[in-house]
Design a protein around this ligand. Sequence first.
Ligand code: PLP
Length: 434
Amino acid sequence: MTSEQTPADGGAPATQGAQRSVPDEVPNHRPPAEPNLAGVASSGARPRRGVLSRRVRAIPASGIRRFFDIMTTMEDVISLSVGEPDFITPRHILQRAVDSLYAGETHYTSNYGLPELRAAIAEHLERLYGVSYDPATEIIVTTGVSEGLDIALRALLDPGDEVIVPEPTYVSYQPLTVLAGGTAVPVPTRAEDGFRLKAEAVRAAITPKTKVLLLGFPCNPTGAVLERTELEAIARLVVEHDLYVISDEIYDRLTYGVPHTCVPSVPGLRERTILLNGFSKAYAMTGWRLGYACAPADILEGMMKVHQYAMMCAPTPSQYAAIEALRCGEADVQRMVAEYDQRRRLIVKGLNEIGLACHEPQGAFYAFPSIACTGFSSMEFSERLLFEEKVSVVPGSAFGASGEGHVRVCYGSSIENLERALERMHRFVRRYSR
Ligand code: PLP
């Protein structure tokens, strides 16, 4: 990874600037009151008014960018920080994209995406979760879930609308909310609950301004999965308070021994939910930038307005590859999930054994151990671990204030790497355990 690259998954999370302290304010809401006059060109040119918009200024730059820049200058670092599969996209999926290119499929597609792909998405969701979407009016193919999140928030929010965001949270949710003019309202989840979201916590955060509940389960960074009964309780609140749900289900296929509940399959939620999913994680296709959004037609049309002007359509070769993934990729998914599960057991056992207490993550490919035994802040822990033992993890504070006291360890890495990393971490913890 070069210093210019920003891993999309939280590898270079958006936190406040101070290097060694925990951000005391989650990336959020309040833009500076005055325009920034600092952008004065040198050598006598006329002063410019503040060049960046308030919304952009309100988003914190990555507080650990420096940390990642340093990592790229070091040798022999074991990176457990970037949240992407170490697998290469399965060969038959690659081949389908290559064939499409040689067949001359190098043009734009429909703004909605290839009809064949939308049909495959609809069949896939019906088969796995029994949820039905009309491929003609209720599905858009997007440039990853990242774009899906952006257009969903921009389609739904007016200035001042509040979005409830369970924390620790994926790094994009709060900044994208701010960019869409909304206000992010974090709702902490707790280690003692396995970081599962409780309906009561959601209820306590609802105000007359609440419009959206943004769910991301299985969760990056905690690995928490929501049970159907928990979702049913949350659904009653959503209906009672006339809210909408944006459900990022990018890790739906990566669960271990527990079922994933597709949010729109919960009674009362289909008409109020924008379902987002994609190909990055389940099919090891992060670089293809492909996802999809499903929603009732009126909501989808709103999102389409943003999508068609901002993006036009998702990449065409990737769409062909995605058809292959959905139609013929199931064995690959099963193979990779079995491998992640093995790694998950190894890392969770290993972390607990060396004194970093770790609840059992049931989904995604992250462990989120407590670092309390060292007394370090999560930023200090991560920096020291990198400098002293050459293992990179992500400070929990990068995922919001309630992630403090933990670090995120991604096990999208080989067993051999994980074993070496655990040895190094063991040495580190022995040195600093209180
Ligand atoms: N949502 C979550 C929870 C993620 O962890 C990531 C990437 O790490 C994304 C969305 C981005 O997905 P995509 O690659 O489809 O844009």
